[in-house]
Design a protein around this ligand. Structure first.
Ligand code: NDP
Ligand code: 8X3
Length: 254
C-alpha cells in the first residue's frame, strides 16, 4: 500500500537515498531541505522515474515558525503523514572543547536537536489523531560512543538517542512506532560539511576501506518501515564491515 513519507534533509546523502528508495517502492513523498534547486531536481527525477507524487517543503529545520507553517499548511492530500524520517543533520568542525567554534556548536545543536524536535512537534499530533504513524530518527555511532574532538556532535546524537526513547514512551499509547537507525561511517557530503568544504580532508575520512553509502542506509530504513504493524525496530546500529567502533577501522594503505 502506498504511504505518505516525509524525509527531512532529502537534498543529499542518506536523505536523498531514502527518497529514491521509497519512491522506487511506490510511496508518495514530502521532501525537505534548504537547497531548493536540489529539491526541484529530485522531485523531477522521482516523478519521471517512478511515477509517484512528490511535494517539496522548503524550510530550514532551525526555523520553528517556518517548520510549523509548512507542515501545518499541508493540504488534505498530503497532511496524513504515515512515516517521518528525521534525517536532516550535520557535524561542524572537529576540535577539542577548548578550541571549538561557538557558531559550529550552535548550528549542530540547533539542527540536530532542536530542528528534529520542531519537525516532530509539527508531525506527531496528526499521527496521534489518526492513531498510527512511524517516526524514524537517524542517530549515529556518535550517539553511542564519544570520540576525540567529537564532543558537541556526539552530544547532539546522544540527545537524538534520548529523544527517540522519550518519543517512544510518550507515543506508545497512540499506536505510533519510533525507531532509531544509527549508522557508522557513510560517504556522503557529511565530511565536506564538517570540514567546512575542505575536500581533501573530507575524502581522507573514507580512504583505505569501503564505507557505507547513503543507499546502504536507505535499504535499512526501508526495511524498518516495511515491517508489520505490530513489529518495531527500536534501535539499530549499522557499520561498514571495516569499522568496529567509532574510531577503529581496518584501513589498508592506498
Ligand atoms: P549530507 O551532508 O549528505 O546530508 C545532510 C542533509 O541534511 C542535507 O540534505 C541537508 O540539506 C540537510 N540539512 C542540514 N542542515 C539542515 C537545516 N538546517 N535545515 C534543513 N535541512 C538541513 O549528510 P548525511 O546524509 O551523511 O547526513 C544525514 C544524517 O545522517 C545526519 O543527521 C547525520 O548526522 C547522520 N549520520 C551521518 C553519518 C555519516 O557518516 N555520513 C553517520 C551517522 C549519522 P540542505 O543543506 O539542503 O538543507
Ligand atoms: C557520523 C559518523 O563517526 O563521523 O555520525 O560521527 S561519525
Amino acid at each position: 500500500m502506498s504511504k505518505n513519507i516525509m524525509i527531512t534533509g532529502a537534498t543529499s546523502g542518506i536523505g536523498k537515498a531514502c527518497a529514491i528508495k521509497f519512491a522506487s517502492l511506490g510511496h508518495k513523498l514530502i521532501i525537505t531541505g534548504r537547497r531548493l534547486d536540489r529539491l526541484e531536481a529530485l522531485k523531477d527525477e522521482l516523478e519521471k522515474e517512478f511515477d509517484v507524487s512528490v511535494l517539496i517543503l522548503h524550510f530550514d529545520v532551525r526555523e520553528a515558525k517556518a517548520v510549523q507553517q509548512a507542515i501545518g499548511g499541508l493540504s488534505d492530500y498530503w497532511s496524513d503523514i504515515d512515516i517521518l524520517v528525521n534525517n536532516a543533520g550535520l557535524a561542524r568542525g572537529l576540535d577539542t572543547v577548548d578550541e571549538g567554534n561557538l557558531a559550529d556548536w550552535e548550528q549542530m545543536i540547533d539542527t540536530n536537536i532542536k530542528g528534529l524536535l520542531y519537525v516532530t512537534r509539527a508531525v506527531a499530533p496528526g499521527m496521534k489523531m489518526r492513531g498510527r504513524g512511524h517516526i524514524i530518527n537517524i542517530g549515529s555511532i556518535a550517539g553511542r560512543e564519544v570520540y576525540p574532538k567529537g564532543n558537541v556532535y556526539c552530544a547532539t546524537k546522544f540527545a537524538v538517542d534520548a529523544l527517540t526513547k522519550g518519543m517512544r514512551i510518550d507515543l506508545v499509547g497512540d499506536g505510533i512506532k519510533v525507531t532509531q537507525i544509527s549508522p557508522g561511517a557513510v560517504e556522503t557530503e557529511f565530511s565536506q560539511v564538517r570540514f567546512h568544504g575542505d575536500q581533501e580532508r573530507a575524502s581522507n575520512v573514507y580512504k583505505g576501506y569501503k564505507p557505507l553509502s547513503g543507499k546502504d542506509v536507505a535499504e535499512v530504513v526501508a526495511f524498518a518501515a516495511s515491517l508489520p504493524e505490530h513489529v518495531n525496530i527500536n534501535d539499530l546500529l549499522l557499520m561498514p564491515t571495516a569499522q568496529a567502533a567509532a574510531t577503529i577501522f581496518n584501513k589498508k594503505e592506498v
